[in-house]
Write a protein that binds this ligand. Structure first.
Ligand code: BGC
Length: 757
């Protein structure tokens, strides 16, 4: 095929044709350019399966789409802590898009899990931006490696469904930069995503679809994004403002309203043709690339895809608790209880809803398996919340006669979905009652959870084991069977904290906001950043997940003991499988700033690696840290900033199970602007190099007078010196004249010198 050149095509277009290109041809396609031989490109929802609608389009998962394979959803995928899982998924979906002639997949969703109540948390990766960003970058790379564009969404701060199309997420700059943007930044810089979907909501009052700071200043100028921005379906507001902000494509198309508005803006001079050309070029580039990357001969084997879905589901499951009840022994009489054993909940509702031909339940997977002794009782009606006495009774009787009861519970469809938020974190009353009742008659109770987000588990201490399958895709039942019977070893870790109760969550007092305005008052303290800072007990911490084997950590090595923020730091450690089964461990690296003049979380995830180990095997794991691993976002300089001092590198099996740690001294090479006055505390001299020098001299002069003060100190008793120093550092610079040996003129001179450029 002859290479198409967007610039040349642009020259061929009439104004009308240009305007037409700024919105879709219909619900799922861009416009084509007939005179250049370019067909419209299809965009489809995913992101954990292909939702290709051939009939009437909708973005709520209502009308049917082609029958295909459903993979684990994002909250499950993130629990794999494994870029290989995302790679396999991205490649499989890329192949499928090729086979179905789809040019762009609308995903993955990278929004942060600010509140566990967000109805779409099942579609998002994590409460941690680093984890979400790394996984997303791999997904994007792998999908795009197959010639299909990714479209990371919803840019940005789209963290709730309440008033999702009109609300404003309000936060300070540091919070936006440290928590809500980095996952997108990684998808752009590392994943090289071809497209970004701007969110419905506003940030600090400016809608994302017309937010120049977001779509141009940050996305293009700071991060170097070279693709195109598409609106979320129906997120366009003012047409001219959108174009000026850097918005390329408005979806869905086919209504004419956007075209009309653009025409008017051009006629009135509000918008120039040059401005229009700039956004069209990016769309043309996409349409040309899609034509070039299309492989018309591509085909896929959906049986193989289904197999892959099951394999991934097993990598994503998290063993939350195990007091020895798992794995099950084949010969044990197992009572499988709960409607989800028969009909698992395996995907969420809304635009990501996949039309699935076949779902494997745990009962299907075990059916006919030799030597396995499983009986079944429904236990609860999945569409009801009130307990059903007959179903409960049946289940309790079955549990009594068994060696072990395995209860399949979780969130029903009506509890979590795109379009609305959850009201609470509880399971339906009938499920909690069932679990409590079974625990009263059976000591060995295992609970298998299905659901896309965190849940409250009031009976957690009574169950002997808890296995979370999340929304594991269509083969979730097969994966559950393999994990329960130990054919596979659980290896997922939580990508979100499971709190003891909803009220503990940092956003609790400010969710979902008032009249569409939600203030992110918890600032950078979301998820474990908050729970750790407050030293709060949680049900299961971020990064937690058990295995049927055990792992030992040793030999943490830091390449150097001190460095500047311009250098990188290689970190390595060894992890050994000390049990008798093969298993995988997600090793986590956290960075802790020991002392800081600004508030910082106790620890932040800055590296992770999944290691596959045979019994007795040991492997070295290594990480590379750079400036960003130590920095916070400093608004005074609108940049990332490292404050000089000691940082601790922590290697953990979870955020609350740190196995190894070691310090490194990092020197920041950037000086913050600092204005001194006679009222500035003496301690603030430590903020600048010049100030530190002055402080050193003052302290040295103080040393000379130490002998004179010795008797005074003795009289004051133990700790007097530290006390005196602390008081001294809190005094204003002006006081040096009063208490020290300096004259007022000398102090004024010091202040003048400190402020000199
Ligand atoms: C959702 C997007 C989705 C789009 C198209 C919107 O309502 O927010 O995630 O990609 O519809 O279905």
């Amino acid at each position: 095929m002859v290479k198409k050149e967007p610039k040349k095509i642009l020259e061929m277009l009439t104004l009308e044709e240009k305007i037409a290109l700024c919105s879709g041809h219909d619900f799922w396609h861009t416009e084509g350019v007939e005179k250049a031989g370019l067909a419209p490109v299809m965009m489809c929802d995913g992101p954990h399966g292909l939702r290709k609608q051939e009939g009437q389009g909708d973005h709520l998962g209502i009308n049917d789409s082609i029958s295909t394979v459903c993979y684990p959803s994002a909250s499950a995928l993130a629990a794999s802590f494994d870029t290989e899982v995302l790679k396999a998924l991205g490649e499989a979906l890329g192949e499928e898009c090729q086979a179905e002639q789809v040019g762009m997949l609308l995903g993955p969703g990278l929004n942060m899990k600010r509140s566990p109540l967000c109805g779409r948390n099942f579609e998002y990766f994590s409460e941690d931006p680093y984890l979400a960003g790394k996984l997303a970058a791999e997904y994007v790379r792998s999908l795009q490696g197959k010639g299909i564009s990714a479209c990371v969404k919803h840019f940005a701060a789209n963290n709730q469904e309440t008033q999702r199309m009109s609300g404003s997420s309000n936060m300070d700059e540091r919070t936006l930069r440290e928590i809500y943007l980095p996952a997108f930044e990684m998808a752009v810089k590392e994943g090289k995503t071809r497209s970004v979907m701007c969110a419905y909501n506003a940030i600090n009052g400016v809608f994302c679809s017309e937010n120049k700071k977001l779509l141009t200043d940050i996305l293009r100028e700071e991060w170097g994004f070279e693709g195109f921005v598409v609106t979320d379906w129906g997120a366009a507001k003012d047409a001219a403002k959108g174009v000026k902000a850097g918005l390329n494509l408005v979806m869905p198309g086919g209504y004419g309203a956007h075209e009309e508005a653009l025409k008017k803006a051009l006629e009135s001079g509000e918008l120039t043709e040059k401005e229009l050309d700039a956004v069209i070029l990016d769309i043309l580039q996409f349409i040309c690339d899609a034509a070039e990357n299309q492989r018309l001969e591509a085909s896929i084997d959906r049986k193989e895809c289904a197999k892959l879905s099951g394999e991934l589901a097993a990598q994503c499951a998290v063993l939350l608790k195990n007091d020895g009840a798992l794995p099950l022994k084949k010969e044990a009489r197992a009572a499988f209880i709960g409607a989800f054993a028969e009909k698992p909940r395996y995907q969420g509702s809304g635009s990501s809803h996949i039309n699935v031909a076949e779902v494997t339940s745990v009962l299907d997977a075990l059916h006919g398996q030799e030597g396995v002794s499983v009986s079944y009782a429904k236990g609860f009606e999945p569409r009801e919340t009130k307990p059903d006495a007959t179903l409960m009774e049946e289940a309790v009787e079955l549990a009594k006669k068994a060696d072990v009861a395995v209860i399949f519970a979780g969130l029903p469809d009506s509890f979590e979905s795109e379009g609305f938020d959850r009201k609470h974190l509880d399971l339906p009353e009938n499920q909690n009652a069932l679990i409590e009742a079974v625990c009263r008659v059976q000591e060995q109770v295992v609970v298998v959870l299905h659901g896309g987000a965190t849940m409250c588990l009031p009976w957690a201490d009574k169950a002997k084991a808890i296995l979370c399958m999340y929304l594991g895709g269509q083969e979730v039942g097969r994966a559950a069977a393999e994990l329960l019977y130990g054919e596979k070893n659980p290896c997922g870790k939580l990508a979100e904290t499971w709190p003891l109760k909803l009220e503990d969550n940092p956003s609790y007092l400010n969710f979902p906001g008032v009249d569409g305005s939600v203030n992110y008052r918890e600032d950078v303290y979301i998820g474990y950043r908050y729970y750790d800072k407050k030293k709060m007990e949680v049900r299961f911490p971020f990064g937690h997940g058990l295995s049927y084997t055990t792992f030992a950590y040793r030999d943490l090595k830091l390449e150097k003991a001190s460095m500047t923020d311009q250098e990188t730091l290689r970190v390595s450690c060894k992890v050994k499988n000390t049990g008798s089964r093969a298993g995988k461990e997600a090793v986590q690296l956290y960075v802790r700033d020991v002392e800081s003049t600004v508030g910082r979380p106790v620890r932040e995830l800055k590296g992770f690696a999944k290691v596959d180990l045979e019994p007795g095997e040991e492997k070295a794991v290594s990480f590379t840290l750079d400036k960003r691993s130590f920095a916070y976002y400093e608004t005074q300089i609108s940049d990332w900033f490292v404050e000089s001092g000691e940082f601790v590198i922590e290697i953990g099996a979870s955020s609350r199970d740190i196995r190894l740690s070691q310090s490194v001294q990092v020197e920041g090479t950037v000086e913050l602007p600092c204005f001194y006055s006679m009222q500035s505390p003496i301690g603030s001299l430590r903020k600048t190099a010049r100030g530190r020098k002055v402080l050193e001299q003052i302290m040295a002069a103080g040393e000379d007078r130490k002998a004179e003060q010795e008797s005074q100190m003795e009289a004051l008793g133990e700790g007097a010196e530290q006390m005196q120093q602390a008081m001294f550092l809190e005094m204003p610079l002006g006081a040096l004249a009063g208490f020290g040996s300096l004259s007022m003129e000398q102090v004024e001179e010091i202040v003048r010198m400190l402020n000199e450029n």
